[in-house]
Design a protein around this ligand. Structure first.
Ligand SMILES: Cc1ncc(COP(=O)(O)O)c(C=O)c1O
Length: 398
């Protein structure tokens, strides 16, 4: 029997996605040699990028790249197996200890990605009979994690602690509040202090994914908990990623001794996968030291954000209430976001259009991000290009 054509096996829906402006396409990035620190060659065109999560400008830092190369000479390219087999080297272990010291938690546990850390954490703690309440704008990996856990899931209105408290008022064996620390597509901060209060009141555990806060906000870049004045004991677990502000790759969960031992026994995305390459761990150790010591990077970022928001406000662009390097400009319609991104690319500026289902329908946007690699003149160039796109201005919705 011949294999049936794909169109009979599943609904591809590709034509519909194209018609609705929701089709996703990858762009191909070339090598960086000879380019400025924030420049990329995209589909053969040289441009200034405003869409990476490399907030501290560490992804191309020669000290970190050198550490990776030296460690590759010592360790080879791969870890060979999962952490519970041959994969957990002295580099991984030292990084876990340094991350614990940095975040102030008793222990941390490395995961291969942030997506896997969220799945591993939520699914190890919550299950059938439990209740997970989560912010409706949480990252997709948290949404998937809660679904996969088998717990009852209730979403609450964005950044609304009173709504979270209402959702918690149901019978359940165990209860959890799950939230981004800094929201990935909006850049605003979760009301962590209030959520910690709601969690304590309801006897719920608070789980925070600080993928976009660590390294960026709080003193020494200690993240959203530090920025909110919360002690590590206020939360049941914290997720951090290493592929954003720290410029390398991977993720970790920080928590108590009991939490980390529980994850080692139960987190399937930890147990059943290959450990990150040792050179990645070695490079991340250097990145972490730079991120915490070089306070000027956060000062530079704050200056860029202020310059952008002042200029964008004067232009009447539709901004979000964010003080972080994530500065979305709302287009509303998916086609409008796509067209705006194309216009920017024609001007040599790369910004990704973010459309549903990543963001709610009607709130498609340009997700503009800043990096220490940018200079004030780069912001001015971006503002000048944004000024020429009328669809980004005016009252919302357009
Ligand atoms: C809030 C948040 N959590 C988790 C992740 C996933 O992290 P990773 O890219 O390491 O899988 C991302 C983005 O990728 C994110 O924005």
């Amino acid at each position: 029997m011949p294999t049936p054509p794909a169109t009979e096996l599943f609904d591809t829906g590709l034509d519909r996605l194209e018609a609705e402006g929701l089709y996703r396409r990858r762009r191909i990035v070339g090598p960086h040699a000879g380019l400025g620190p924030a420049e990329l060659v995209v589909d053969g065109r040289r441009c200034l990028a405003f869409c990476s999560n490399d907030y501290l400008g560490l992804a191309r830092d020669p000290r970190i790249a050198r550490a990776m190369a030296v460690a590759a000479g010592e360790w080879g390219a791969g870890s060979g197996a999962a952490h519970l087999v041959t994969g957990h080297t002295t580099e991984h272990h030292a990084l876990e200890e340094e991350l614990a010291e940095f975040t102030g938690f008793p222990r941390t546990l490395l995961f291969s990605t942030g997506y896997m850390a969220n799945l591993g954490l939520v699914c190890a703690l919550a299950g059938r009979g439990d209740l997970v309440v989560e912010d409706r704008l949480n990252h997709a990996s948290l949404i998937d994690a809660s679904r996969l856990s088998g717990a009852t899931v209730r979403r609450f209105a964005h950044a609304d602690p009173a709504a979270a408290a209402r959702r918690l008022a149901a019978d359940a064996r165990r209860k959890f509040i799950v939230t981004d620390g800094v929201f990935s597509m909006d850049g605003d901060a979760a009301p962590l202090e209030a959520l910690a209060g709601v969690a304590a009141e309801a006897g719920a555990g608070l789980l925070v994914d600080d993928a976009h806060g660590l390294g960026v906000v709080g003193r020494h870049g200690r993240g959203s908990l530090a920025a909110a004045g919360l002690a590590p004991t206020s939360v049941a677990g914290l997720v951090g990623t290493l592929g954003k502000a720290f410029g390398t790759f991977g993720a970790f969960v920080a928590g108590s001794e009991a939490l980390i031992e529980t994850l080692i026994q139960r987190a399937r995305t930890y147990i059943y996968t290959t450990a990150p390459p040792p050179p990645v761990a070695a490079a991340t150790r250097v990145a972490l030291a730079i991120a915490r010591e070089e306070e000027w990077r956060r000062e530079h970022l704050a200056m860029l954000v202020t310059r952008f928001r002042t200029g964008a406000g004067a232009l009447g662009l539709r901004l979000a209430s964010s003080t972080t390097p994530i500065q979305p400009v709302i287009a509303g319609d998916a086609h409008a976001a796509l067209a705006a991104a194309e216009a920017l690319l024609d001007a040599g500026l790369w910004v990704t259009p973010i459309r549903p289902p990543t963001v709610p329908a009607g709130s498609a946007r340009l997700r503009i991000t800043f990096s220490v690699a940018h200079q004030p003149a780069d912001i001015d160039r971006l503002l000048a290009a944004l000024a020429s796109i009328p669809a980004l201005r005016g009252e919302f919705p357009a």
